[in-house]
Design a binder for this molecule. Structure first.
Ligand code: GTP
Ligand code: MG
Length: 170
């Protein structure tokens, strides 16, 4: 058959890590160098076909600025999936990503599928977070991990597809 499943997905992460850019790449196939900082949150939807099912992602792209932190629970509560984004050229954003994971583990729904995205993978010369460090952290905390680039599109569809696959098994 062609079952359609709605799945609420939230992106969380520090300001400027590329959450909106990942969504823009996934939903519209576009990238802009001067993406504006998100105010509050933005909503998008996109479907992914997995075998005989269609996953319809209802995507909440949250704002990374600290002043919006208190809004986050509205978006991650009841989410089927969360993508926690850091910028692999910025160690502080990786620290912030771990804080988001802790918050989700403490306040989120226990069955939310969590993905860790090390974004800006195109900027290898200025890397501050190694693959090994992120992979180890992800394994220890039950997340799956990919390095992505909204700019080159590397692993962007793949991370959403992997989430969709896991949702069909849930
Ligand atoms: P807030 O909405 O403020 O929380 O930021 P955000 O996480 O949505 O980041 P945004 O998508 O606005 O991207 C911030 C900046 O990084 C923009 O100038 C983007 O063009 C750039 N950027 C995003 N993804 C990538 C990437 O994969 N590679 C490179 N080189 N730049 C990127
Ligand atoms: Mg944004």
């Amino acid at each position: 058959g062609n079952k359609i499943r709605n799945a609420k997905l939230v992106l969380l992460g520090d300001v400027g890590t590329g959450k909106s850019s990942l969504v823009l790449r996934f939903v519209k196939g576009q990238f802009v160098e001067f993406q504006e900082s998100t105010i509050g949150a933005a909503f998008f939807s996109q479907t992914v076909a997995v075998n005989d099912e269609t996953i319809k992602f209802e995507i909440w792209d949250t704002a990374g600025q600290e002043r919006y932190h208190s809004l986050a629970p509205m978006y991650y509560r009841g989410a089927a999936a969360a993508v926690i984004v850091y910028d692999m050229t910025n160690a502080a954003s990786f620290t912030r990503a771990k804080k988001w994971v802790q918050e989700l583990q403490a306040q989120g729904s226990p069955n939310t599928i969590m993905a860790l995205a090390g974004n800006k993978a195109d900027l290898v010369e200025t890397r501050q977070v190694s693959v090994e460090e992120a992979q180890t952290y992800a394994q220890e905390n039950g997340l799956f991990f990919m390095e992505t680039s909204a700019k080159t599109a590397i692993n962007v569809n793949d991370i959403f597809y992997e989430i969709a696959k896991r949702l069909t098994r849930a």
